[in-house]
Design a protein around this ligand. Structure first.
Ligand SMILES: Cc1cc2nc3c(=O)[nH]c(=O)nc-3n(C[C@H](O)[C@H](O)[C@H](O)COP(=O)(O)OP(=O)(O)OC[C@H]3O[C@@H](n4cnc5c(N)ncnc54)[C@H](O)[C@@H]3O)c2cc1C
Length: 334
């Protein structure tokens, strides 16, 4: 009896490792034709957890450098390169037919991208065309078909099993460690050229804000200001503090809505999700929608003059003080 049970366990293990080998994931690389966006390395870790072969699609215009970078990333098998003028601006309208054609050729079990503005615009379209449900913004992988995501602004955690033949999944970067950028030996191959132009849209141009500061989504330290900052000019105080810490600057939605800072600085449910080593919330009350974007930060510091502010419930260190006194003092002491 004992013998047959242990044989069963062995067979189940063999079967599940065989299933893992049958998985094949396509990761859609996010980049700017020159450099890979870090979220792609987080997506590679997620792909590794699913198991099986990992291919990466690098679509762009003169994107050979990015393809080279992806080949070196750990765990990558095939790097499918689609270099074409049609992909200028990385519009979902042109990338979707490319992904569908690639899917038709290779029959992947999973298609993955980061839950960024890029992934959020692209994957629902791909899923709709494949007639499957997209699985959005996952924070963990239980098995090849079972994923974990948050709902109700992060107040509840949902585990879902996808029964679709192809799983189209976007991943929350802060919940998956970045895969090593080196040590891999992926093989690059060109995707069959086709006409991916569309008459529905035309990419004209884009203006990207340039900053020497670390990127908000991947910075190791973030200093965020809220309505308590009272004006955009007062954010200078936070930039001075951020400079000392090599930190990115973020904001609450109230600060963005009041026009203190541009909306690409917004942290929260409808902004960016961050999980730096250090998050300093200044003049931010701690509404659940804000917490949804930063509560996974490793160390949270809050400066607020109201001792009852909910931000203190998630803070590791709280300073009940007037920010206009406390922040310059802190900056000076650093
Ligand atoms: C669907 C939906 C989505 C949302 N998405 C987001 C989101 O992504 N991100 C987000 O942030 N919010 C979001 N919100 C808004 C959210 O509910 C809050 O309104 C917002 O986070 C409040 O911002 P705040 O903390 O800066 O402002 P307030 O709540 O007004 O807090 C200001 C704080 O500053 C403190 N303060 C004032 N003066 C000083 C001083 N001199 N010194 C020290 N402290 C001071 C006050 O005590 C107070 O606690 C969303 C809301 C909805 C409904």
């Amino acid at each position: 009896m004992m013998l047959s049970r242990s044989r069963n366990v062995l067979q189940t293990k063999k079967f599940s490792s065989l299933l893992k080998r049958l998985e094949s994931t396509l990761v859609i690389a996010e980049h700017n034709n020159e450099k890979l966006t870090p979220i792609t390395l987080n997506a590679l870790t997620a792909a590794k957890q699913i198991g099986g072969d990992i291919s990466v699609l690098v679509a762009g215009t003169k994107c050979a450098a990015v393809a080279g970078e992806v080949c070196k990333a750990a765990g990558v098998g095939k790097v499918l390169v689609a270099d074409d003028q049609a992909f200028k601006g990385f519009t979902p309208e042109t990338l979707t037919p490319l992904i569908l054609a690639t899917q038709k050729q290779f029959n992947f079990t999973h298609i993955l991208a980061g839950a960024t503005a890029f992934g959020k615009a692209l994957l629902p379209r791909v899923a709709a065309k494949l007639d499957v449900s997209p699985v959005s913004d996952i924070i963990a992988i239980k098995s090849a078909d079972t994923f974990v995501r948050t709902i109700y602004a992060g107040n509840a955690v949902l585990t879902l099993k996808s029964k679709d033949a192809v799983k189209v999944v976007s991943i929350r970067g802060t919940n998956f460690e970045a895969a090593p950028a080196t040590g891999g030996s992926g093989k690059s191959e060109a995707v069959a050229a086709a006409d991916y132009k569309t008459d529905k849209i035309e990419f004209v141009s884009q203006e990207l804000s340039k900053s020497d500061r670390p990127d908000l989504s991947s910075a190791k330290a973030v200093v965020s200001g809220g309505r308590g900052m009272k004006s955009g000019d007062n954010f200078k105080m936070l930039y001075d503090l951020a400079d000392k810490l090599n930190a990115a600057v973020g904001a609450s939605r109230a600060a963005v809505d009041a026009g203190f800072v541009p909306n690409d600085l917004q942290v929260g449910q409808t902004g960016k999700i961050v999980a730096p080593d250090l998050y300093i919330a200044v003049g931010i009350s701690g509404a659940i929608q804000h917490l949804a974007g930063m509560k996974d930060s490793k160390t949270i510091v809050a400066i607020n003059k109201d001792p009852e502010a909910p931000i203190f419930q998630v803070a590791d260190f709280g300073l009940v003080a007037d920010l206009f006194k406390a922040v310059p003092e802190l900056t000076q002491k650093l």
